[in-house]
Design a protein around this ligand. Structure first.
Ligand SMILES: CC(=O)N[C@H]1[C@@H](OP(=O)(O)O)O[C@H](CO)[C@@H](O)[C@@H]1O
Length: 401
C-alpha cells in the first residue's frame, strides 16, 4: 500500500490542498463548515473510510455528504459504521487528526493511523457514498470518491439519499441482504410493508383519516417521500410542500424552524386540525404539528413522540408477558415535564445522555427495547435482539385492530 499512500499525498497537494489553517473537529454529527472550506476534508474522509473498511476486515463503510439542518451554504460529512451506526467514537480522533494534518504531513499521518490501529492493508474495500440536495454536495462527494479510489477502494455513488437511507444500505450490505435489499427500492419496500401491516386491512381503522401534509424543508426528504408513495397502496394520502422546486433549503421551513419558532413553516397552507409533518434538510428529523380552528399552533416534538411511543410499547410489553428491559433515553434538552410524566406516570425508566444521536443510540442498546428521542425530532425505537420481535408484533397487530 506504500505506493497508494504516496499517491494519496500527491493528489492531496495537487487537487485537494488544505485551505484552512484553523483546526476543526469531528463532532456529534461529523465535520460541518462553510462548504467552500470542505473539499480537502471530504477527500480525507474518503481516505479514512478506506482505512476504516480495511480495519473492519472489508466491511462496507458509508459516507454521507450533508449539513442536515444547517443553512444551504454549509456542508458536512459523516462516516457510517458497518451495522449502520455512527462512526465508533475511538475513530473520531483519527478523523480529526487526518483532517488537521498539513499536506506535507498527510503521508506520515496515514501511515501512523495504519500502525496505531494495526490495519491489514491488503483487505479489499467498498465505500458507499450519498449526498443531500445542496449544490456543493456534488463536487464534495466527488472529492470523497477521489479519496476512496486513490487508496484502491471501490467507491459506489448512490447519489441523492436521505441520511437514514444510507445507514440502511450500509447495514444491508454488511448483513448480505438479511436486513433488506441494499437499494432505495429495498428501503421503500421495508418501510412501506411495515406501515401497511400496522394499518391493517383496508386502512379504515376507526375515525382515522390517513392524510398528512409534509414540509420537506426544501431538501432531499421531499423527492424521497414522493418516491415511497407508490409503495403505500393508497393507504396514506401525502401532500408535500417545500419540495425544493422553488424555496431555499431549511430557510424558514423544516423541523428546526418549526420547533424553534413554534409555528408552521412558510410555503405551507395549513387547514385547521390537519395533520402536518416537518423534516429537516437530510430527512433524519421529524416533528408533527397542527393548528386548531382558532389558528392556535400545537407541536408534537421529539419529547411528545417519545412519550407516545413509550406509553404504547409499555402496554404491548406488559401484554406480551415477556420479561424485557424497557426504557427511554433523552438529552438534557428534553422538556422536564415529559421526563416526569414518563418516569412517574408511565413508570418507564428514563436515562439522560449528552446531545448527539450516537450517545442516545448507544444508551438505548442497553435496553431490550429502547425508545430514544431528542426534543428536536431525531430518534427511533431500538431492539437489542430480534428474538422477541415476533410476540411483540403479534400483540401490536392485535391492538391495531
Ligand atoms: C446525527 C446527530 O447526532 N445530529 C446532531 C445534530 O443534528 P443535525 O440534524 O444532524 O444537524 O446537531 C443537533 C444539535 O444541534 C443534535 O441534537 C443532533 O443529535
Amino acid at each position: 500500500m506504500d505506493d497508494e499512500i504516496d499517491q494519496a499525498a500527491k493528489l492531496a497537494r495537487e487537487k485537494h490542498p488544505k485551505r484552512n489553517a484553523t483546526p476543526i473537529q469531528y463532532g456529534t454529527a461529523g465535520f460541518r463548515a462553510k462548504s467552500s472550506m470542505l473539499d480537502y476534508v471530504l477527500y480525507r474522509m474518503g481516505l479514512l473510510a478506506v482505512l476504516r473498511s480495511k480495519y473492519k476486515t472489508g466491511s462496507t463503510i458509508g459516507l454521507i455528504v450533508t449539513a442536515s439542518h444547517n443553512p444551504e451554504e454549509d456542508n458536512g460529512v459523516k462516516l457510517i459504521d458497518p451495522m449502520g451506526e455512527m462512526l465508533e467514537r475511538s475513530w473520531e480522533h483519527y478523523a480529526t487528526q487526518l483532517v488537521n494534518a498539513s499536506d506535507d504531513d498527510l503521508n506520515s499521518v496515514l501511515r501512523g493511523i495504519i500502525d496505531q490501529a494495526s490495519i491489514k492493508t491488503e483487505v479489499a474495500v467498498k465505500v458507499v457514498i450519498a449526498r443531500d440536495t445542496r449544490p456543493s454536495s456534488v463536487p464534495l462527494s466527488l472529492a470523497a470518491q477521489d479519496g476512496v479510489q486513490v487508496l484502491g477502494g471501490q467507491a459506489i455513488d448512490y447519489g441523492l439519499l436521505i441520511t437514514p437511507q444510507l445507514h440502511y444500505i450500509v447495514r444491508c450490505m454488511n448483513t448480505r441482504g438479511a436486513y433488506g435489499d441494499p437499494t432505495e427500492a429495498g428501503y421503500y419496500t421495508k418501510i412501506a410493508s411495515a406501515f401497511l401491516k400496522l394499518r391493517g386491512g383496508d386502512g379504515s381503522h376507526g375515525n382515522y383519516h390517513p392524510v398528512v401534509q409534509v414540509d420537506g424543508a426544501n431538501g432531499v426528504g421531499a423527492p424521497k417521500l414522493q418516491s415511497i408513495i407508490p409503495y403505500l397502496n393508497g393507504m396514506l394520502g401525502i401532500k408535500i410542500s417545500n419540495d425544493g422546486s422553488s424555496g431555499k433549503l431549511n430557510h424558514n421551513c423544516g423541523a428546526d424552524f418549526v420547533k424553534v419558532q413554534q409555528k408552521a413553516p412558510e410555503g405551507m397552507r395549513v387547514e385547521p386540525n390537519q395533520r402536518c409533518v416537518s423534516f429537516d434538510g437530510d430527512g433524519d428529523r421529524i416533528v408533527f404539528f397542527y393548528q386548531d380552528q382558532s389558528g392556535k399552533f400545537f407541536l408534537v416534538d421529539g419529547d411528545k413522540i417519545a412519550t407516545l411511543l413509550a406509553g404504547y410499547l409499555k402496554e404491548v410489553v406488559a401484554q406480551s408477558g415477556l420479561e424485557l428491559k424497557f426504557g427511554l433515553v433523552q438529552t438534557a434538552y428534553a422538556n422536564g415535564s415529559s421526563t416526569d410524566y414518563i418516569n412517574n406516570k408511565l413508570n418507564v425508566h428514563v436515562v439522560c445522555v449528552p446531545t448527539g444521536v450516537k450517545y442516545l443510540h448507544h444508551e438505548a442498546m442497553n435496553f431490550d427495547i429502547g425508545v430514544y428521542f431528542e426534543a428536536n425530532g431525531h430518534g427511533t425505537v431500538s431492539y437489542f435482539s430480534s428474538a422477541y420481535i415476533h410476540p411483540i408484533m403479534e400483540i401490536s397487530n392485535a391492538l391495531c385492530q
